[in-house]
Design a protein around this ligand. Structure first.
Ligand code: ATP
Ligand code: MG
Length: 308
């Protein structure tokens, strides 16, 4: 496991097909089905802006948490298909030894699919503050246009988890909250119901599993893709990580990137470019990501990294 913090993935042996806020995607040589090397950097973004410095080990933490979830969800959600094939690159992918070393723990081989342009969000509670859903609820007693009971307090559980999609913005743009009906218009009737059904099933199964381990998943974002040959909808991307979810500890504090969000807001840096996190924020964020990893996988991070 390479110990340096990687805010970029300098890999040249494979064609890079996309670069997101946190991940770089590389095409793998063709097998039966198109596959990708899904490489996770140590970059962190908050309020849609990437911070200048990264969080040590974050790429591996996110990758290993997602891999665990693919296994857990496949066993708990009947009929679920997902893109995960295995950790790391395939055996003869043409990477140099240095590249393999650099990627250790932070990459996985996945099926390459056609991504639906919506974010399929499952929500059980309002985030603490600064949430667009909370602002909407206060105005109209709805969330993403879905009517809700009166008198809900912030952080209070909703009567049941709901599906609150958003658009999937291009790099640099903001996702916009939409109603399930609007999501239906974007992806088409045929796939909208399946995506909603899978998002809620994965959310419910994940929330139950996490709650057994002392973590409340207040909300989370899933992405889905289509296998155009078989016409089947797949769970893709990262899954139920502290980047894509709001995790609250059942007993004390929030175990996601709230430390970073709070620091940005308190210092008037929310949404600003080129912001460098002080060592204390880096450390606290790393500690929280590590705590989530350890609680969700029933494994110490140190041991898991040694085994790679
Ligand atoms: P955010 O996660 O906040 O939306 P981002 O879209 O910039 O940010 P990254 O996580 O950095 O995301 O990059 C991952 C990219 O890979 C996303 O655009 C996602 O849609 C895409 N992706 C995920 N799984 C697959 C897959 N199986 N096939 C093709 N593309 C995928
Ligand atoms: Mg992403």
């Amino acid at each position: 496991m390479a110990s340096e913090v990687l805010t970029s993935i300098p890999l040249t042996s494979l064609p890079r097909i996309a670069k997101g806020k946190v991940r770089d995607l590389f095409a793998l040589p063709d097998g039966d089905k198109p596959t990708l090397l899904f490489a996770t950097s140590d970059r962190i973004s908050a309020y849609d802006v990437i911070l200048k410095n990264g969080i040590p080990t974050k790429g591996a933490i996110l990758t290993l948490i997602s891999a665990k979830w693919f296994e857990v969800l496949a066993s708990r959600v009947p009929g679920l298909k997902h893109h995960f094939l295995h950790l790391g690159p395939p055996p003869s992918s043409g990477l140099t030894q240095e590249e393999e070393q650099m990627l250790r723990g932070r990459s996985m081989t996945v099926r390459r699919l056609k991504i639906f342009p919506i974010e399929a969000i499952g929500k059980l509670s309002f985030p603490l503050w600064g949430s667009s859903a909370w602002t909407e609820y206060q105005k109209t007693q709805t969330i993403h246009d879905l009517p809700q009971p009166a008198g809900l307090a912030q952080c209070e559980r909703l009567p049941k988890p709901i599906y609150t999609p958003s658009t999937k913005a291009e790099l640099g743009d903001k996702d916009i909250n939409i109603s399930p009906d609007e999501a239906r218009k974007i992806v088409g009737d045929k796939y909208a119901s399946r995506i909603e059904e899978l998002a809620l099933a994965c959310y419910n199964a994940g929330a139950a599993y996490a709650e057994e381990r002392g973590i409340i998943i207040a909300d989370t974002k899933f992405e889905f893709g289509l296998d155009e040959e078989t016409d089947e909808v797949y769970l893709v991307d990262e899954v139920l990580t502290p980047d894509s979810s709001r995790f609250w500890s059942k007993t004390d504090y929030e175990v996601d990137k709230q430390v970073l969000r709070n620091w940005l807001t308190e210092n008037g840096l929310k949404g600003k470019d080129d912001v460098e996190m002080p060592a204390e924020v880096v450390e606290k964020t790393k500690a929280r990501y590590t705590e989530v990893f350890e609680r969700l996988t029933d494994n110490s991070l140190e041991d898991a990294l040694k085994k790679l």
